[in-house]
Design a protein around this ligand. Structure first.
Ligand SMILES: Cc1cc2nc3c(=O)[nH]c(=O)nc-3n(C[C@H](O)[C@H](O)[C@H](O)COP(=O)(O)O)c2cc1C
Length: 320
């Protein structure tokens, strides 16, 4: 796989990031990705009890990753989280140097993170947000297309058209995310102007991920049309097409969308945890990207990377 400037900025071998995944980017997954030469990203909620302490959980998980790898890894930071300063402090104390921020203005904490000597990546869903992030001094932007799993940008711009526009609008490196699950997606993203990729759903369906086996199997079973968008126009959220998702969608048609509290109650926390951690696909909803139809096996992280490396080499030969 071709090295890019992103590899130097993040001190990694392959320009492949595992997305910070609510509830399920556990230390074993993160370490396996970093050991394979990519960048694993811890999420503060990974493996936490329903009423657990996020900061303490993050500290414990950082130490666990450090036992499993000596390679770099990052942490995901939801900018509106009321305890974000404690999380930054904890990460700094534990020697983490990479943060992926999302869900709010990069004006809020980029300066603080840089003062703590951290490399800052910020997730964006439009060109305007990418320019704003660059102006705030982030090192890398992650362009998040509409194909991806979980909460999406309200503007609903797809990876295919977002990445080249963002890459043409900022001078910091761009990582493509959303719908990328294998070497074909990786090579396509590079052709669109990205210097790396971030993948979520592909890593959920790996052996190292603590996501529930039923959730992994449901991803494997999904076809091209196997996901739906809930959350209305304001909080579009891509989830597996199961019975409860279709029922919520039906309710939205009767006017309950566009309400953040309703989003949190219906899609944000309890129901997502129920499906993704506890495997209750009757009562729970499961964040999943539209690329699920391309995922046909639960494999190891090393196998994901083997395919990325060998497949991109074969594609390079084929495409000339
Ligand atoms: C299980 C799961 C949990 C996610 N949790 C978050 C999250 O907490 N914050 C966030 O910004 N994105 C989250 N995402 C979205 C990912 O960061 C990423 O944008 C997405 O997975 C990329 O698309 P893909 O799934 O097609 O690879 C999540 C995605 C999945 C599948």
């Amino acid at each position: 796989m071709k090295r890019t400037p992103v590899c130097n900025i993040l001190s990694i071998t392959h320009p492949v990031l595992q997305a910070g995944l609510a509830w399920v980017s556990n230390p074993e997954l993160v370490a396996a990705v970093s050991n394979a030469g990519g960048l694993g990203i811890l999420h503060p909620t990974a493996g936490i009890d329903a009423d657990g302490d996020m900061v303490a959980n993050l500290e414990v998980n950082i130490r666990r990753v450090q036992l499993l790898t000596s390679n770099p890894f990052g942490i995901a930071l939801y900018l509106p989280n009321p305890r974000i300063e404690e999380m930054i402090e904890a990460a700094t104390q534990e020697g983490v140097h990479i943060a992926v921020t999302y869900g709010g203005s990069p004006a809020l904490y980029t300066g603080t993170l840089k003062d703590h000597d951290m490399v800052v990546l910020h997730q964006v869903t439009t060109v305007r947000h990418a320019r704003g992030a660059e102006a705030q001094g982030v090192d890398i932007v992650i362009a998040e297309g509409f194909e991806g799993g979980g909460l999406r940008g309200a503007d609903k711009v797809s990876t295919m058209v977002l990445v080249p526009q963002v890459a043409g609008s900022v001078s910091v490196p761009v990582i493509a995310s959303g719908g990328i699950v294998d070497s074909r997606g990786l090579v396509a993203a590079m052709a669109l102007g990205a210097q790396g990729v971030q993948m979520g759903s592909r890593f959920v369906a790996t052996r190292e991920c603590i996501s529930h086996p039923s959730y992994k199997e449901a991803i494997v079973a999904a076809i091209d049309s196997g996901t739906v968008i809930l959350g209305g126009d304001r909080w579009p959220t891509r989830v597996l097409r199961n019975g409860i998702a279709l029922r919520i969608k039906e309710e939205e048609l009767h006017g309950t969308d566009n309400d953040l509290e309703a989003w949190e109650a219906e899609l944000g926390i309890t129901r997502a945890r129920a499906a993704m951690v506890d495997g209750d696909l009757e009562k729970g909803i499961a964040y999943t990207g539209a690329g699920a139809g391309l995922i046909s096996d639960v494999i190891s992280v090393a196998e994901v990377f083997k395919e990325l490396v060998e497949g991109s080499q074969a594609l390079a030969r084929r495409l000339g």
